[in-house]
Ligand binder design. Structure first.
Ligand code: NAD
Length: 493
């Protein structure tokens, strides 16, 4: 099937094993066939059969065999395996990035960065594997009380479509470093790089320890209900987060939820305006995921005194962005990853107009290819806080601008939503920076910066943007539980 994509882009694409990877073995999925389409030209890339209940049971059985040995192998052996996996990722970076560019529509340069980031996070969790450690408690009469951290068992990681390889690679790392078995479920929209990942790194891990199952929400729901799975972590939308909490309730699943946002970027009157404009454009992650980023700063709240300059600057920058073939190194921005995303983004642009906002740049599809889901970066102005375009996550290349004069009212708008993932503040004044970072309800706040994540710095949301933190030590510890042991001496001490 992949030959069609190969012809379409004129490049060599690796053969991908289109089956379920279960603890060291490959099985044709027992579920329905699912076509995987290229969003940049509408061509069929592959057909993958979804995993069914039997496949899930195989994962459980395999993990029951392998996980204990993996735990007993110790952090040194687990770290070595993860470092080997990171090295193999780097060695296969070009082909993995090409797969993601074809499958997700994200530009290949961004997807090469994702492979590097995935490898870096694997190395990070290799480095902290021995930090899943405990403590001793002072005792009397020579008794010893100590606390160890033990792995949970089998952990599932359900991930979104916007960074397919990065999420598959980076999210398996913490549970494995902590001694768990892990099953990764990529998005049904972008499953190919996770399957290739399994081919590339699978043999590094003992049988039963690492699995990849593909499928959609039904498979995700079955995973949530599965009693043998101890924890389910999601990178996905707020509604899916709620479904996971409900679906996992009967088996008391531990959960980590990294969900959506509608992130504010605040420009204060004393800001370096050119830097703030550049930060607002960068914060949209257009060249990485066409704005399909949970952390995208898609609500700009600019002080009235700078409004026109900022709007003009962002509009110019948006108009200059070159959309193109995601597999081309020169492409600055690719396309939306699915037909549903494409339609949703166009619908929100129409909604913004009908609500009375102004489309100041973009606002329409771009004809890079007849069947591709390309939409120009879109700037929406004259946005009022109660409009849906100001309140709902678009998850696409649509930036709304709101104007403010009073700081208290501005903070009410920033904090007036159910979500609170990231925020960005632009000011030259230390007191303003400290006051606003203190008052903004978001899990990650940049000052005079946007978009970038830093290794070891916790990433995660306030309110409905989720719970738990990732890319840091807390992520490792989330896949452990504490055991307290008291030992009483039987003789004289
Ligand atoms: P989604 O919630 O539709 O799907 C995410 C994953 O959950 C997929 O693997 C999907 O198959 C699975 N799933 C869907 N419904 C399910 C159900 N009822 N039960 C169990 N599993 C189910 O999200 P998406 O459209 O793939 O991604 C976009 C969303 O993800 C946005 O809201 C975005 O903000 C969020 N996101 C968050 C982060 C973060 O780190 N906070 C990062 C990336 C994306």
């Amino acid at each position: 099937m992949l030959e069609s994509a190969q012809e379409a882009v004129g490049r060599a694409l690796p053969k991908i094993r289109l089956e379920q990877y279960i603890g060291g073995e490959w099985y044709k999925g027992g579920g329905a066939d699912r076509p995987v389409m290229s969003p940049s030209d509408g061509k069929l890339l592959a057909v993958v059969s979804d995993a069914d209940a039997d496949d899930l049971q195989r994962v459980v059985d395999a993990a029951a065999e392998g996980q204990r040995a993996w735990h007993l192998a110790g952090p040194g052996a687990r770290a070595a395996a993860l470092r080997e996996a990171a090295a193999r990722l780097r060695a296969h970076a070009d082909e993995l990035a090409l797969i993601d560019a074809l499958d997700s529509g994200n530009p290949i340069t961004g997807m090469k960065f994702d492979v590097a980031l995935g490898a870096m996070l694997m190395d990070y969790f290799a480095g902290v594997a021995a930090e899943a450690k405990g403590e001793t408690i002072p005792q009397r009469d020579g008794k010893i009380t100590y606390v160890t951290r033990e792995p949970l068992g089998l952990v599932a990681r359900l991930v979104a479509f916007n960074h397919p390889l990065l999420f598959a690679a980076a999210k398996m790392a913490a549970p494995l470093a902590a001694g768990n078995a892990v099953v990764v479920k990529p998005s049904e929209e972008t499953p190919l790089s996770a399957l290739r990942l399994a081919e590339i790194v699978g043999d590094i891990f003992p049988e039963g320890v690492f699995s990849v199952l593909t499928g959609g929400p039904e498979l995700g729901a079955a995973i949530c209900k599965c009693p043998a799975i101890s924890a389910v972590s999601l990178i996905g939308s707020v509604p899916t987060g709620k479904a996971i909490l409900k679906g996992g309730a009967d088996t008391l699943k531990r959960t980590q939820l990294e969900l959506g946002g509608k992130n504010a970027l605040v420009i204060c009157p004393d800001a370096d305006v050119d830097a703030a404009i550049a930060g607002a454009v960068k914060g949209m992650n257009l060249g990485w995921t066409a704005g399909q980023s949970c952390g995208s700063t898609s609500r700009v709240l600019v002080h009235e005194s700078l409004h026109d300059r900022v709007v003009d600057g962002i509009a110019r920058a948006f108009d200059a962005v070159q959309l193109g073939d995601p597999t081309d190194d020169a492409t600055e921005m690719g396309c939306l990853s699915t037909r549903g995303q494409y339609q949703k983004v166009l619908d929100y642009i129409e909604l913004a107009s009908s609500e009375g906002a102004t489309i100041a740049a973009g606002g329409k599809p771009e004809g890079v290819s007849a069947e591709g889901f390309f939409v120009r970066p879109t700037l929406v102005t004259n946005v009022k806080p109660d409009m849906r375009i100001a309140r709902e996550e678009v998850f696409g290349p649509v930036l709304s601008v709101l104007s403010w004069t009073d700081e208290v009212e501005m903070l009410d708008i920033v904090n007036g939503l159910d979500v609170g993932l990231t925020a960005s503040v632009w000011t030259r004044d230390l007191d303003t920076a400290m006051r606003l970072t203190n008052r903004i309800q978001a899990g990650y706040v940049w000052v005079n910066d946007s978009s970038d994540h830093y290794l070891g710095a916790p990433f995660g949301g306030f309110k409905s943007s989720g719970h738990g933190r990732e890319e840091c030590l807390e992520e490792l510890l989330a896949y452990t539980e504490q055991k307290t042991v008291t030992i009483v001496p039987t003789g004289t001490i």
